[in-house]
Design a protein around this ligand. Structure first.
Ligand code: QAP
Ligand code: CO
Length: 171
């Protein structure tokens, strides 16, 4: 297993659109394991392959306290949605930033698991938010794009400034 570097906003690679997974091979199983390890280490509750610079439709999520309930979604598609909810979201690609986003309250998702078996999942609350947030990554969209241009530009500047400071401290 290995920890993978997480792309940091505003890295342009975060806007890459992910391709569907067609082959459920050993390389895919390894990426799932490495993404899970990377998410648990962060720690985070969700990670999309886009964030580790792998542009395929793969998401890992774990909302459990014990970090022992990994949900793997390959080629996820929302087949039903209803209602609205606001949630204060964060993102491993935008550390230290938390902002409220409005999304669907209830969703039904169809996806393949890591072995290629299709399943259906009804989600509400945080799980629903997290799946929608991670599916946005696969479309090349980061949650800050739901905010006003003013807020987004402030976040962008803060992230660039922070990255420069890290860079300077490593000299
Ligand atoms: C996406 O986000 C999410 O800023 C997953 O300093 C977030 O795991 C979906 C994290 C909220 C729904 C609601 C963020 C860790 C983790 C940070 C995460 C940070 C350290 C974010
Ligand atoms: Co994110």
């Amino acid at each position: 297993m290995a920890l993978l570097p997480i792309l940091q906003y505003p890295d342009p690679r975060l806007h890459t659109v992910a391709k569907p997974v067609k082959v459920f091979d050993h390389a895919l199983q390894k990426l799932v394991a490495d993404m899970a390890e990377t998410m648990y280490d962060a720690p985070g509750i969700g990670l999309a392959a886009t964030q580790v610079d792998q542009h395929i439709q793969l998401i890992v999520i774990d909302l459990s306290k014990e970090k022992n309930d990994l949900l793997v979604l390959v080629n996820p598609r929302i087949i039903a949605e209803s209602g609205h909810q606001d949630y204060e979201e964060g993102c491993l690609s935008v550390p230290g930033i938390y902002e409220s986003v409005t999304r669907a309250e209830f969703i039904t998702v169809e996806a393949e698991d890591a072995q290629g078996k299709t399943f259906k999942l009804d989600a509400d609350g945080l799980l629903s938010v997290c799946i929608q947030h991670e599916m946005d990554h696969l479309k090349g969209k980061v949650f800050v794009e739901y905010l006003s241009p003013l807020k987004r530009n402030r976040i962008r500047s803060k992230m660039i400034k922070h990255a420069r400071e890290i860079e300077r401290n490593s000299y």
